[in-house]
Each structure stands twice: as C-alpha cells, then as structure tokens.
Design a protein around this ligand. Sequence first.
Ligand SMILES: [Fe+2]
Length: 198
Amino acid sequence: MLPHTLSEITGPLYGHEKIGEKDNDLTVQHGGEPLGERIIVSGRVLDGNGRPVPSALIEIWQANSAGRYRHSNDQHPAPLDPNFSGAGRTLTDQNGAYRFITIKPGAYPWSNHYNAWRPAHIHFSVFGRAFLTRLVTQMYFPGDPLFAYDPIFQSIPDERARERLISKFDLETTKPQWAKSFRFDIVLRGPEETPFET
Ligand SMILES: [Fe+2]
C-alpha cells in the first residue's frame, strides 16, 4: 500500500449545482491570470467499443505551476498562487469530447520515501450519467524524467497501460501565440482501458 496524501485521493467538493461557465477554464476563476505555462487539455471519453460517452461529468484537480496544492495538507515550501485554485469540471459533449484550459502543474515532493517527487500530473474523475459510477485516474505529461522514480506511476505493471496515462502533445489543437495543447483520451473498459485507481 502506498500512503496517499489527502490531495491524492480527494477531489474538489462541488456538490450538485449547475456547472458554471468558467468551470472548465482554470485560468479565469480569479481576478488575475495564474502564473505558469498555459495549456489546453482535451480529449474524449470512450466506452469499451470505442463509442463516445456523452454527458459524462469530468472533474480535475491539480497543483499550481510551483507544484503546490491549495490544500491545508500541502505545506511544502512552494508559493500558493492567489489566481489559481486548481479545480475544474465540465461535461463531455455528444462526441464524448471535453476541453479544459489550465496551467501546467509543477512536480512536487512527497514523503513516501527519501527525495520522492511526483511527476507533473492532473487528477481526473469521471462520473457516469447517473452518478453511480466514478472512475479516478491521473494524467501525466510526455517525457517526464520522474516516471522511473514514481511508485504510483510504476504501480501499474503493464508498460502499455502506463503509457495510456501519458497525454500526447498535440500541435493541432494548440492555440498559436497563446497555449500549447495536450490530448488525453479516457477509455472506460476493454483492452485499451485507461488504468484507474481503486
Ligand atoms: Fe497529485
């Protein structure tokens, strides 16, 4: 068992109120712009037959660009960003597609073992239409040198399954002069299933 910190296993507590206009843009939720590298994260939610899953509620939570969570359990010496809460949510459309605008999270240290650092990641939660099922996973960024040292990433034994957690840089959906883009598809079941946390 890996001793997960609270921020690893709990998402934002949104309740059931209607999704707001700014909920999928984590860079406009406060008075100013958050610091860091602006990115677009988009993809699709697919079932085991490759069919899109519409109206799935996706929630994300993440550290800021300095690698700090806005959470009382995260007291490591990196600055909080007054313009960044690190939480967002959206619904998939009829094609199963979703899109977030956010800031690339920083890597952060944790106390699992000496000199332990988590590779940069965004936590994802996907709710089925009826709120009966919730799947939780983490999205990583390509080429992170910390993959080899991270027991959470390495706890997935199958290398191909691990690779499905790594988003792909996507020049297509990049917005010129404004933001880079990463694609992350979530497959709910089947041989190409995204690894989920239990
Ligand atoms: Fe985390």
